[in-house]
Ligand binder design. Sequence first.
Ligand code: NDP
Ligand code: MG
Length: 400
Amino acid sequence: MQVSRRVILLGSTGSIGQSTLDVLRHMRDLPELEFELVGLGAGTRGDELLKQAKEFGVRDISLADAEVASGLQFDGTLHAGAGSARDLVESIARPGDLVVAAIVGSAGIDAVMAAIDAGCDIALANKETLVAAGSIVMPRAAERGVHLIPVDSEHNAIYQCLRGCDSDKEIRRIVITASGGPFRGMDQETVRNATPEEALAHPTWDMGQKISIDSASMMNKALEVIEAHWLFGLSSDRIEVIVHPQSIVHSFVEYVDGSVLAQMGPPDMKTPIQYAMTWPHRMEGCSDRMDWESLQSLVFEQLDHDVFPPVKMAHEVIERGGTAGAVFNAANEVAVEAFLNRQILFGGIHDLVREALDGIPAQEVHSLADIEGADAAARALVRERIGELMNRPATMGENK
Ligand code: NDP
Ligand code: MG
């Protein structure tokens, strides 16, 4: 069987982007695959983007940072500025192409929408798109008949375990595994006062900065619960989380007859990336294999919701519906940035997200403009609170 596909990679300079390029390099050695990389998009790393374009012979690229872009010499089409990923997609995407969506944050939403409108399938890493705009993205994808294949390892695992399941009535619940992050087992006070260096040191996964902080705070798992709600159409009471520090079981599907299916493998994003790209086919992989000889046991624990409250907040966000997801996501994005800039304590991330959720009532979503409005309101509220906290002598949110 021969599989040919044009691919557009957005977020190519990031952790998922670079792993995707590794998968594409590996695919060159598989005679049955003809994947042609036709577009590359990044945020600020212009030189790296040019290097990638040269290696893969890509003629169309985009860079969100217009200033950096203005200094680049590129012998092809370079889209520059905030909407450049969307412009790239709109100018080159054809029905049946595959867009790998690996931009971080809600900045990735409009390019995903453009890809759906162009009739492209999406290998979706950018979970914030679904958290903020799932109510617009999912129906639009269904309407256009395009597939949204999750790259996020847990959702990719569930997607694999759901192969052959044709009704959600067969599913009792899904259980998303969490590694527990670098602060697993620690007390509330220690976690609240953690530094960016401590929070960035993930024990099992090597990832971008924002998702590493989200993993430490358990916001990542909260985002994943909401992402699962949209991807699999399940109510919040059918989505659970369990801690599994080895990151070998990537998630479970529990069916109504009591059977539980899991997808397993060493923690390497190249496996879910490749599966999302070659779906519905499976091809020879390029990740490490399971080391069955050294595997002694698999460990599972309950999540400590007192130390890590975000997963409960995620269930609340699903129940509230409307713009609650956009508020939750945007508040977290701003708070994570402030934490990385040492403007707030690690524990302040959760406090600020809570304040945004409580301060901005959920509205019904009719269009993307409603999502953008809620996103902007949450960013403004959190920025204002950070400003207040920084102008006050030593308070709970400050990191001095
Ligand atoms: P990184 O921070 O490593 O990379 C982010 C990418 O997005 C970079 O290419 C960056 O460009 C680009 N980017 C940032 N802002 C913009 C913008 N405004 N417009 C266009 N491009 C932009 O993140 P990750 O690769 O870790 O994560 C990407 C997404 O995948 C996130 O949504 C994350 O939650 C999800 N994910 C990641 C996993 C992982 O293992 N890393 C696992 C599961 C999901 P530049 O660097 O040039 O500025
Ligand atoms: Mg994940």
